[in-house]
Write a protein of this length. Structure first.
Length: 469
């Protein structure tokens, strides 16, 4: 069945593109409820270089994974039919490296099948992501990507729809765009109870024990995460929660992902993991954090503190060096360039140090070979990689799931854009789990790290649209 396409003018030029995308996602969910049960995806990018929102509903094609013991099985499913599958033996090495290498092989095999047999355009989006493998033995489905039954690509000028005919949808009408209206958040998150996991004392005790294990070396760093659970009086939709969290200007990503009625993942990540256009790649590691403020004088003071704090600069430079080193395995060595160093991005609630590194991939290296080289970054894991994993498993008290994994898209012609899944929440019915982490080095102060994670959670926990009752 061939994909159909139709384009309408974007009638909401005065609205941020991310808000238009959220509004269209709401219309999709209401108009196509059965497809929305299969898949609902929203991925918006807002930066000086890119402004784009992609909304998808329904699962026409589905790349699914299953991990059982030392076997990774990958399948391409077309609605209810498995059209391609492969099994790979895992050797017990680095979980993420092995997974991405096998996924790269599988995607290379199914790409011509989708473009030639199913006649899908090379620009077709696959929306999805992967879970962070802190405990790989507990992950049944490490990675999932979907070609939606209906996709809308939104730019400032137009809303471009791609769709496959189904019982729910035989055509796309302009009213999907015109009906999508302003989704400015209102007071809508009524919180009955809040739970810290772990509690402050337990978290600090774990950090004290961890810091005792760390050396004075700048490369010895571990990222420890925690969560806050909110129990709501009334359910709201994942898109509504996103608009509450993204009420203030966000400089990079907004997203919602939900598959087959499972939990929804909602985020406003400021961190680009990787962007790929043809053979050119960009990574933007964020590490080093200070509190933000709406007061200009305080904001400037916090910025100056961040730029003069040895611990934060050490943490940041460690993460940036790790990216630079790992890119050399997949990029042409002479092409790797650090084009931005120790820049400060101010999110209002926190400020971060940011680097930008660019390069060109070696011939034959696609986005999943690249991910095998750079994931997990020090910004969400630590360094050395293997030792950090052991320390996280020993001292961290939560299960991350997609948090600190990645969300985004790749296309059949291997362009891609992935957000690192930080500033992220997980919604299940009337329960919302909000996650944050911080980089721990020998110089860390445990209570300050607690405050840092609290500050990072603020968009989901403390703004004018959230009421604790």
């Amino acid at each position: 069945m061939a994909m159909k396409e139709v384009t309408f003018k974007n009638p909401h030029a005065e609205m941020p593109i991310s808000a238009v995308g959220a509004a269209i996602a709401q219309v999709f969910e209401a108009r196509y409820p059965e497809s929305a049960k299969e898949f609902l995806g929203l991925f918006s990018i807002a930066s000086s270089e890119d402004t784009l929102s992609i909304v998808g509903v329904g699962s026409e094609f589905h790349v699914e994974s299953a991990k059982k013991g030392h076997t990774l099985q990958l399948r391409l499913r077309h609605r209810d039919v498995v059209e391609r599958e492969a099994s790979y033996q895992l050797q017990g090495g680095d979980h993420h490296d092995e997974m991405f290498q096998h996924v790269a092989t599988f995607i290379d095999e199914i790409r011509p099948f989708l473009t030639l047999h199913h006649r899908l355009p090379p620009s077709t989006f696959l929306l999805g992501g992967w879970r962070c493998g802190i405990h790989p033995e507990n992950i049944d489905e490490p990675l999932v990507f979907t070609i939606p039954r209906i996709t809308c690509r939104i730019t400032a000028e137009e809303c471009h729809f791609s769709f496959f005919e189904s019982e729910e949808c035989n055509s796309i009408e302009n009213d999907i765009v015109t009906l999508s209206g302003d989704l400015s958040p209102k007071i809508g998150l009524m919180v009955a109870r809040r739970q810290e996991i772990p509690e402050c004392r337990e978290y600090i005790d774990a950090l004290v024990d961890l810091i005792d294990e760390l050396s004075q070396e700048a490369t010895d760093k571990v990222v420890i995460c925690r969560e806050v659970r909110l129990f709501l009086r009334e359910k709201i939709s994942p898109v509504q929660l996103l608009r509450i969290a993204a009420a203030k200007k966000n400089p990079r990503y907004e997203y919602v992902f939900r598959w087959f009625g499972a939990d929804a993942w909602i985020g406003i990540s400021p961190e680009m993991l990787v962007k790929k256009e043809r053979d050119r790649i960009v990574v933007e590691p964020l590490a080093g954090t200070r509190k933000g403020s709406n007061d200009k004088e305080k904001s400037v003071r916090y910025r100056e503190e961040l730029l003069s704090d040895d611990k934060e600069i050490e943490e940041h430079e460690t993460a940036a060096r790790m990216f630079y080193d790992h890119l050399s395995a997949v990029c042409l060595p002479e092409s790797i360039e650090q084009v931005e160093s120790l820049n400060v991005i101010d999110l209002g609630y926190v400020q971060h140090l940011k680097n930008t590194i660019t390069g060109r991939l070696q011939p034959g290296k696609g986005v999943f070979r690249l991910l095998a080289a750079i994931y997990p970054p020090a910004t969400i894991w630590g360094k050395p990689i293997s030792l950090s994993g052991k320390r996280i498993r020993k001292h961290e008290r939560i299960e991350r799931g997609f948090f600190t994994g990645g969300f985004g898209f790749f296309t059949l012609d291997d362009n891609a854009n992935f957000a690192l899944a930080i500033r992220t929440a997980r919604m299940s019915g009337d329960e919302v789990r909000v996650y944050a982490g911080s980089g721990i080095v020998k110089k860390s102060d445990p209570y300050r790290e607690w405050r840092e994670t609290s500050n990072k959670m603020q968009p989901f926990l403390n703004n004018e649209f959230i009421v604790y009752q």
